[in-house]
Ligand binder design. Structure first.
Ligand SMILES: C[S@@+](CC[C@H](N)C(=O)[O-])C[C@H]1O[C@@H](n2cnc3c(N)ncnc32)[C@H](O)[C@@H]1O
Length: 398
């Protein structure tokens, strides 16, 4: 502590001043011969100033050293050196089978949300078995809107995990049906680039895993994967390359699915033009995890939510009740019997808010934190407690 050194510093300064004063009084400023130590007063002043400076430097360094000792020069920040990168890059609200514990992984919950949507749509591996064994398998294409950073693409299109971090969320048992063509569309250029690298890795792994066919036998083509950076909400803005790719995949498939995993509520001006396009122009089925407005939301809740959706980048026309969502799907051309909307809010918002709070605490021990996602944590907590926003799995089949 600095105050600990102040009295001794003060005493030293006073002693030095008295010594110089007495020397100057008796011998004058330049009387080297008379001075008992053989130095002039100005030499004595210089020496004493040097001593004072030395004391000051000692004081400052000791103060710095004690404060460092208190804070510790190491602390816990080096924990960052043990974090693994690359890491999972899933980014949806997740389906939390159980309330989060310290060992629960976000990536697992995210992958479970995709599996929940696929299962509801009848697109899980189990459902495809009969057709695969009796030779009546139907060829399928998937148009994946807002596919994220590539983990979703890897799960849907790879037979095995590609990176070691994929093993955290990989699930052999409940794998998806085989899609013969995959077309991903995202608006985010950075995510599109990141995901493209993942797809390149996947293609390299496929090549290494498949031995070359014996001479004279034609190699079986792998399912195609193509990623595009475009606004999924505005089909008329899709460039000719994307349109041709979709058309060609559509022509080579018996069934076409459009997936919007935790994405369509972002669509501007609303998701409805896209839904019309999927049903009429693509003649495709639609599956999504999406958000709805509770039919019991109060006026105050709606007002507050409306402001919040501005920050969330989610246009207000997307917030309709599950019943109104169903009616919109029917207006687009889907038959009422082929539409299911399942409310899974209880397994989404509150557990997600709990996980985010715990993760923030864990990261703070390393001097990190969840940053701006803290606002999202409060929002999900509100949705979970009030029920004002509903998380739904939507399936509309052709
Ligand atoms: C919550 S994230 C979900 C990402 C991914 N589906 C997952 O589960 O990890 C929403 C994604 O939708 C994308 N997105 C938002 N609006 C879009 C639009 N109009 N067209 C295409 N993608 C969009 C964002 O870039 C973001 O990657």
């Amino acid at each position: 502590m600095a105050s600990h050194y102040l009295p001794s510093m003060f005493n030293a300064l006073v002693s030095v001043a008295i010594t110089i004063g007495l020397h100057w009084y008796h011998y004058g400023p330049e009387s080297r011969q008379e001075s008992p130590v053989g130095v002039t007063t100005s030499q004595l002043v210089q020496t004493c100033l040097g001593l004072v400076l030395y004391q000051l430097v000692r004081l400052v360094t000791q103060k710095w050293w004690t404060s460092r000792e208190r804070e510790s020069i190491y602390g816990l920040q080096h924990g960052r050196l043990h974090l693994h990168v690359p890491t999972a890059m899933w980014m949806n609200m997740g389906y939390w089978k159980n309330d989060p514990t310290p060992t629960t992984k976000m990536s697992e919950a995210c992958c479970n949300l995709l599996k929940t949507v696929l299962a509801e749509a009848g697109c899980s591996k189990e459902m495809e078995k009969p057709g695969a064994t009796n030779g009546t398998r139907r060829r399928k294409c998937l148009i994946d809107l807002g596919f994220g950073c590539g983990d979703q693409t890897v799960y849907l299109m790879s037979k095995e995990p590609i990176r070691s971090c994929d093993k955290d969320w990989w699930d052999e048992e409940a794998h998806a049906v085989t899609f013969d063509h995959y077309i991903g569309i995202t608006k985010d250029a950075v995510q599109a680039r990141y995901a493209s690298e993942r797809v390149e890795e996947l293609k390299r792994c496929r090549k290494q895993a498949a031995p070359p066919p014996p001479p004279g036998i034609q190699e079986q083509p792998h399912p195609s994967i193509t990623l595009f950076c475009a606004d999924a909400a505005k089909p008329p803005s899709w460039d000719p390359q994307l349109q041709t790719c979709i058309q060609s995949a559509r022509d080579q498939s018996d069934d076409c699915w459009v997936l919007a995993l935790d994405t369509a509520y972002h669509f501007e001006p609303s998701r409805w033009p896209l839904v019309y396009h999927v049903c009429s122009s693509l003649d495709a089925s639609f599956m999504a995890f999406d958000l709805c407005l509770s039919p019991t939301a109060t006026l105050t809740e709606k007002l507050f939510l409306r402001i919040l959706t501005l920050l969330l980048g989610a246009p207000w026309p997307n917030f309709v009740t599950p019943q109104a969502y169903r009616e919109k799907l029917m207006q687009a051309g889907y038959h009422a019997d082929k539409i299911t909307i399942v409310d899974i809010s209880d397994r989404v918002f509150m557990p997600l808010a709990t996980f985010l709070a715990a993760q923030d605490r864990r990261l703070k021990t390393l001097g990190l934190g969840i940053g701006s996602l803290g606002i999202a944590r409060s929002m999900f907590g509100w949705w979970g407690r009030s029920g004002v926003v509903r998380g739904v799995v939507v399936v509309a089949k052709k």
